[in-house]
Design a protein around this ligand. Structure first.
Ligand code: GLU
Length: 447
């Protein structure tokens, strides 16, 4: 494989799309050796085809705010790869959303979905709509306007969106309501992350965070370590961070820091159930301020403006917020403060320099596409329940999620164990996902 040539070509076709190019570069570096052992992949130009999205929809979304002013945003859906199943992936509403971000996320999603063991292709979508400070009515009007365009691109056997940053259960509700009205089609399987009484999987809101902690547990066990009593620092206070904090505490770890765009809250005695529940209020408030935690619990949490969770001493770091949120300098600070494990829960949460630093300095590291795959895996389980018109109990879903996370960990070990015995989880996840998608593409011919 001519990685440099492929990257140069991609950069020329997608100028300045750095996040997208970063995501592709990481995968190509990991798979090069395996790819070169399969001349049939080279002949069918698998990599050249795999790095380009199948198709991209771009649309204008116009809505009216509470002051009666007309607002216009851009909406997107990127259907990346359908080799192993219908397009599947979340919608992100964030002011920084641009095609590059969604292409990187769609590309990552393709590999992540392949790891889940379920038949799902990769997609991503979203809008540059900024939910911060918006009222409930504004969120509803925006979601409805967004769906008036999106509905024609999606369907339960075609493309199944879900949540991501800025899109949770409330937004999925508004989106689904509008989809039904427009499509006159009442198949609940068109979106996942729905409410539990109208087709949602009981554990979907918790699933990404729970799955991340199950993965972390397997990783620690394989390294001969235990999570009980370990200090955990995490970023974010959305659904993912909330699920991660809940499960970390349940497994006996101590969450000593959570951070947001405004700074970090240090929680020396560990997060309490009350504080975890308050994370949900913080997300629903649309204020995007972690300082609210210290205001609400002044005895337990100390807020420092402008600092990240990575400045607080911990054993395990869990980035749960946004891509590239953990830099090489952060990695160095973490290690200096005693951190020995980082499980990336956000998509591409660590910058390449941070990953190399972790890997070169004996810090256990696992990438987002393996660690956070429990979210989309549970979406896949939700699709199964919707297609068969049944509902599983929380325990049934949790058992299946646990089994899937264990299997993802096994795939990473299978493809990532190096000749000296250490496990390279980045290589493991990338090669496992790649082999599945590449083989399916090969078997389906040149399309
Ligand atoms: N946005 C989540 C992810 O990055 C979930 C996607 C889904 O459930 O379809 O995997």
């Amino acid at each position: 494989m001519k990685t440099a040539e492929i990257m140069a070509n991609l950069a020329a076709k997608h100028p300045g799309e750095n996040e997208y190019l970063q995501a592709v570069q990481e995968v190509l570096e990991s798979i090069e050796e395996v790819y070169n052992q399969h001349p049939e992949f080279e002949k069918a130009k698998i990599v050249e085809r795999m790095v380009e999205p199948d198709r991209i929809f771009t649309f204008r979304v116009t809505w009216v705010d509470d002051k009666g002013e007309v607002q216009t945003n851009l909406g997107y859906r990127i259907q990346f790869n359908s080799a192993i199943g219908p397009y599947k992936g979340g919608l992100r509403f964030h002011k920084a959303v641009v095609p590059s971000m969604l292409k990187f996320l769609g590309f990552e999603q393709t590999f992540k979905n392949a790891l889940t063991t379920l038949p799902m292709g990769g997609a991503k979508g979203g809008s540059d709509f900024d939910p911060v400070g918006k009222s409930n009515d504004e969120i509803m009007r925006f979601c409805q306007a967004f769906m008036t365009e999106l509905w024609q691109c999606i369907g339960p056997d075609q493309d199944i969106p879900a949540g991501d940053v800025g899109v949770g259960g409330r937004e999925i509700g508004f989106l689904y309501g509008m989809y039904k009205k427009l499509a006159r089609e009442y198949n609940t399987g068109v979106l996942t992350g729905k409410g539990a009484t109208w087709g949602g999987s009981i554990l979907r809101p918790e699933a990404t965070g729970f799955g991340a902690l199950y993965f972390t547990q397997h990783l620690l066990q394989t390294a001969g370590k235990d999570i009980v009593g370990k200090k955990v620092a995490l970023s974010g206070f959305g659904n993912v961070a909330w699920g991660a904090a809940t499960k970390a505490k349940e497994l006996g770890a101590k969450v000593v820091a959570i951070s947001g765009p405004d700074g970090v809250c240090e929680i020396p005695d560990g997060i309490t159930d009350e504080m975890i529940a308050y994370m949900l209020d913080m997300r629903a408030s649309n204020r995007n301020k972690v300082e609210d935690m210290a205001t609400k619990f002044p005895e337990k949490a100390k807020f420092t403006a402008g600092k990240k969770a990575w400045s607080i001493p911990c054993d395990i770091a869990l980035p749960c917020a946004f891509q590239n949120e953990l830099s090489e300098d952060d990695a160095k600070e973490l290690q200096a403060n005693g951190c020995w494990c980082c499980c990336e829960v956000s998509n591409m949460g660590c910058q390449p320099g941070a990953i190399h630093y972790f890997q070169n300095n004996g810090i256990l590291f696992a990438p987002g596409k393996a660690v956070n795959a429990g979210g989309v895996a549970t979406s896949g389980l939700e699709m199964t329940q919707n297609a068969s018109h049944i509902s599983w109990s929380a325990k049934e879903v949790d058992d299946k999620l646990h089994f899937i996370m264990q299997s993802i960990h096994e795939q990473c070990v299978k493809y990532g164990t190096q000749p000296d015995g250490h496990i390279d989880y980045v290589k493991g996840a990338n090669i496992a996902g790649f082999m599945k998608v590449a083989t399916a593409m090969l078997e389906q011919g040149i399309i």
